[in-house]
Design a protein around this ligand. Structure first.
Ligand SMILES: Nc1ncnc2c1ncn2[C@@H]1O[C@H](COP(=O)(O)OP(=O)(O)OP(=O)(O)O)[C@@H](O)[C@H]1O
Ligand SMILES: C[C@@](O)(CCOP(=O)(O)O)CC(=O)O
Length: 451
């Protein structure tokens, strides 16, 4: 038995631009993780079916069982309980094609999902010493999502579990294996979704917090069903060997800086927002200039974070002093300061404000509510709180969530602000922190009470 987990994400810079492979984005992996516990064995030589059962016990009817008949001429699986879960199905199918197993196996995988992914109404929480999971009374398709990328987390961790079963000697946290798992999970996720997105969510689930630049969509779009199994398998193996030329530079927030997510209990339809933005992008002659300015400031934000990290490495003492100062000032006051040591923090703030200005322009021109006026008001108000460095609408924006970078001790100021100002009535500060790593190997024992 082995166990793994993969994190959720927030795209704090690069929404929409990340769809285009000339632009990079900044993705933070979050502490809400998807977990998989896997156990399996090869079955008797006369057995011709591989049976892979995936249980997700926190949800009603959360069990899917797929049978792969080795004697069949194509890679097809049938679900025997009469249920659908395309993300589970394509994770299995992609791995079967990649491995082209010659022996039948029985594999049992149990999925556990941390509470950040789903709305926590009507749940019963079960706890062990080191883990806790929320049990819902509805099916996975009926529980409202929060936007952390549950399907990407699921596909990534399921792919990892299957990969480690079939290639049992692999240390899945090694670069070469992580890269293979990433490609297999991207293929499965795109095929299950029926579209090739930017893939930043699968990349963060695999690699953790990164500066990400996407792969060429044609890599996945050009996959075709071959005439036989060996052709299908060869195609996936070749694809995994190929260099996808993505950017996945590992990043971590500077010490003393925390990411805070605020759920605004709204909800937005990402595909509709994307549709409106792409239409505007194609029609407005000034859209290239706006994208270019947005990109310049996204990269300034990335640079300012590295500058802040460097400042800490250069001189711990004066860094601690700068942190203390910014913890006592709000965004606007930090901008006014003449103290040279806080310049990288000022650069971060300036870049964020420019990013927001461009997102507001796109909102007005495209009609896609990326940073609608209610969110502008809320973000501006956040910037008045001491210790807040930047506040943005992450990802596709809209009415899903806000994300803030703050001086780590300023969380209490946010909690206090929520008590004092009704603008924060709809905001819930979430208990999430940044995660440096994507896929990690977990201790199996910590799940035993839940199995
Ligand atoms: N814990 C889980 N167990 C089983 N299947 C899951 C689980 N979490 C997610 N899924 C699968 O992923 C689907 C949700 O994926 P969908 O693409 O609709 O949302 P998403 O983009 O991942 O959402 P969000 O980014 O808002 O978290 C579910 O319907 C289910 O098929
Ligand atoms: C708009 C887009 O760039 C970001 C969507 O982010 P999210 O699903 O809102 O976290 C789309 C994408 O990259 O898939």
């Amino acid at each position: 038995m082995k166990a793994f987990s993969a994190p959720g994400k927030a795209l704090i810079a690069g929404g929409y631009l990340v769809l285009d492979k000339q632009f990079a984005s900044y993705v933070v992996a979050l502490s809400s993780r998807m977990h998989a516990v896997v156990e399996g064995a090869h079955t008797a030589p006369e057995e011709s079916n591989t049976v892979i059962t995936v249980k997700s016990p926190q949800f009603l009817e959360g069990e899917w069982s797929f049978v792969f008949d080795h004697s069949s001429e194509t890679f097809t699986v049938s679900e025997v309980l009469g249920r659908k879960n395309p993300f589970v199905e394509y994770s299995i199918l992609t791995m079967l094609k990649f491995i082209n197993p010659q022996f039948a196996s029985k594999i049992d995988i149990t999925i556990f999902s941390d509470s950040g992914y789903h709305s926590q109404e009507n749940v019963t929480v079960k706890k062990s010493q080191s883990k806790q999971f929320a049990y819902h009374t509805a099916k996975i398709t009926d529980v409202p999502k929060t936007g952390l990328g549950s399907s990407a987390g699921l596909v990534t961790v399921l792919t990892t579990a299957l990969y480690s079963f079939y290639i049992s000697s692999a240390d899945v946290t090694e670069k070469q294996h992580l890269e293979s798992i990433h490609k297999l999970a991207q293929v499965a996720h795109c095929q299950a979704q029926g579209k090739v997105g930017s893939g930043f969510d699968v990349a963060a689930a695999t690699f953790g917090s990164i500066v990400y630049r996407r792969f060429d969509p044609s890599l996945i779009n050009e996959l075709k069903s071959g005439v036989n199994k060996s052709e299908d398998s060869q195609q996936i193996q070749d694809l995994v060997k190929q260099d996808w030329n993505i950017r996945n530079d590992r990043v971590a927030l500077p010490s003393g800086i925390r990411l805070i997510m605020g759920d605004v209990k709204g909800g937005s339809n990402t595909p509709k927002l994307v549709q409106k933005v792409l239409k505007w992008r194609a029609e407005d002659p000034e859209s290239s200039e706006i994208y270019s300015d947005l990109n310049t400031n996204n990269m300034k934000l990335v640079d300012s974070l590295s500058e802040i990290t460097k400042a800490e490495q250069d001189d711990h003492f004066s860094y601690a002093e700068s942190l203390k100062q910014i913890g006592n000032l709000n965004t606007y006051e930090i901008l006014k300061s003449t103290n040279a040591s806080i310049k990288p923090f000022q650069d971060l703030i300036k870049a964020t404000l420019e990013i927001r200005k461009n997102l507001q322009i796109i909102t007005q021109r495209s009609g896609a509510e990326i940073e609608p006026p209610q969110q502008t008001q809320l973000l501006d108000r956040c910037n008045e709180i001491k210790g807040v460095l930047s506040s943005v609408v992450p990802g596709a924006g809209g009415h899903d969530a806000i994300s803030l970078l703050i001086e780590a001790n300023a969380l209490e100021n946010l909690v206090q602000a929520k008590k004092e100002d009704t603008i924060f009535d709809k905001v819930e500060w979430l208990d999430l922190t940044e995660q440096e790593y994507g896929i990690i190997i977990e201790n199996v024992d910590s799940y035993k009470e839940f199995l």
